[in-house]
Design a protein around this ligand. Structure first.
Ligand code: UT7
Length: 332
């Protein structure tokens, strides 16, 4: 039987640090509220003069390749998770392929928001298992900052989201690396967290307004409370689903790497499952919520800190816009 395993992890975050103090100066918010409700101390926002989703993804990829002792030429397929592509179309996969100089290989975009990286990992896992490809680059990269409403009106999202990129390289293995993935969605809640425009089904005059700067429909809109309530339920469900499918118990998990949505969500899961601090990895304090990039950035940092070791069981879990939610169980 042919399985897939992650052989390299990398990440990149932009240089620009946005502190809670900075946000307090441009909108009605404050450091205490942000830390108490979200756990975030600072986040990274891009410099539009030099950062793109694709070039951040390329930097994360190069780190992953170096750690895996591979080169660009080894990659034979790209799966790119993002909801903030550099263009409305084409997708980010082809732009990353161009950045890496890999003309001709297939590139697939996944638009499943915060669950995007696990969806992408699942797709890559199937391609490796069937023998279709042998070195797949799986990326999660986002620029959320340019779609945020950085005024008091948008304060419930502006303080949360950040930019960044993470990458994983998958190759075949005789032993199971990725043990399982479980993917879910419920589109009844699509408008609880979304960016409406440029929506194709809109009247032409609304899709192509003379002046878009004053409209809110191009900005991130979130019903934070609703999202939070669903998130805590779905995170637990999908983690338990993964454990049950693999005949494992919570104690078998060496490290849970949850999507970095809100520190309170991670802490809720940790408490409900009775996991120790060592069993849960969080870096939302430094980067905020980077949507599809959050899990690969967190995994890359956890690996570099020696928290992901040979034979460890790693659990990934995510919830986000769609709603979508997903989990992956991995033996390292
Ligand atoms: O990434 C995947 C999906 N995303 C998530 O999982 C995020 C889930 N949701 C959340 O993280 C939280 O709902 C938020 C952090 C967004 C908000 O926290 P909350 O405890 O749910 O606050 P709330 O929305 O219930 O608002 C409570 C109060 C409101 O004021 P009033 O109406 O009580 O006077 C808000 O206007 O907090 C106010 N508020 C703020 N105050 C200061 C909202 N945002 C801010 C802010 N600074 N940035």
């Amino acid at each position: 039987m042919r399985y897939s395993k992650i052989v390299g992890l990398g990440h990149h975050v932009p240089e620009g640090i946005v502190t809670n103090e900075y946000l307090s100066n441009v909108m009605d918010t404050n450091n205490e509220w942000i830390i108490e409700r979200t756990g975030i101390n600072e986040r990274r926002w891009i410099d539009p003069a030099k950062d793109t989703v694709a070039n951040m993804a390329a930097k994360a990829t190069r780190m992953a390749l170096e750690r895996a002792k591979l080169t660009e030429k080894d990659i034979d397929f790209i799966v790119f998770a993002t909801i903030t592509p550099d263009y409305f179309f084409p997708g980010s996969g082809v732009l990353l392929q161009r950045e890496l100089g890999l003309e001709g290989i297939g590139a697939l975009d996944i638009r499943n928001a915060c669950s995007g990286f696990i969806y992408a990992l699942s797709v890559a896992d199937q391609f490796i298992k069937t023998g279709m490809y042998k070195t797949i680059l799986v990326v999660g990269a986002e620029i959320q900052s340019t779609a945020l409403d950085v005024t008091t009106r948008g304060r419930n999202t502006a303080v949360i989201f950040g930019d960044g990129a993470g990458a994983a390289i998958l190759q075949p293995s005789d032993h199971p690396g990725i043990l399982s993935t479980h993917l879910h969605s419920d589109g009844r809640f699509a408008e609880e967290l979304y960016v409406k425009d440029p929506g194709s089904s809109r009247p032409r005059e609304e899709r192509q307004p003379e002046q878009i700067l004053d409209t809110t429909t191009y900005k991130v809109v979130m019903n934070g409370n609703q999202v939070f309530k669903h998130a805590v339920v779905r995170f637990m469900e999908v983690i338990n689903e993964a454990l049950k499918a693999n005949n494992m118990k919570k104690d078998d998990i060496n490290l849970l790497v949850p999507h970095q949505a809100n520190l309170r969500i991670s802490q809720y899961i940790q408490e409900k499952m009775g996991l120790s601090n060592d069993q849960v990895y969080n870096n939302i304090m430094r980067y905020g919520n980077t949507t599809a990039a959050s899990i690969p950035i967190a995994m890359s940092e956890a690996w570099a800190e020696g928290k992901i070791k040979e034979n460890n069981v790693i659990c990934l879990a995510a919830f986000g816009s769609g709603f979508t939610w997903a989990s992956a169980l991995i033996r390292w």
